[in-house]
Design a protein. Structure first.
Length: 140
């Protein structure tokens, strides 16, 4: 059975994590994601959410998962991407490209092509598009 997790950072500039977690949790559960991993620690008590002080701490806690960065500067178009069985989808936020800051050799990198290709998605929206693509490719 595959393991699928999503890692991102709280959008602290526009929303409180207690509200933002709702934008993430229910759609991720709908796609069968194992957990939402976020940093930094907000203190929310939620069985679906795992929090870490830093990005590095979150990565260290998820060995064996293929790191897939989703970013407007990604290398592979989502339409052509073959999803790994065990994946940690890493989604930035509106003011931080995690791909540019943390990507290592061997990590995967994908882009969601759109009409304007400006990358103006919220993290939870990006995750839903990627997970919907994964679902369609697995069940198509």
């Amino acid at each position: 059975m595959s393991i699928v997790k999503v890692l991102s950072s709280w959008e602290l500039a526009w929303n409180a994590p207690i509200k933002e977690v709702e934008l993430w949790e229910y759609p991720l559960r709908e796609f069968g994601v194992d957990s939402l991993e976020m940093f930094p620690v907000s203190g929310i008590r939620n069985s679906f959410l795992k929090e870490y002080e830093t990005f590095e701490e979150a990565i260290a806690a998820n060995p064996g998962l293929v790191k897939v960065f989703v970013d407007e500067h990604g290398e592979t178009d989502l339409r052509d991407f073959v999803h790994p069985e065990n994946a940690l989808y890493i989604v930035g936020k509106t003011t931080l490209s995690l791909e540019r800051a943390y990507r290592q050799p061997g990590d995967k990198s994908i882009v969601i092509s759109t009409r304007n290709s400006t990358g103006l998605f919220w993290g939870h929206q990006v995750a839903m598009v990627v997970l919907y693509d994964r679902y369609n490719k697995e069940n198509g």
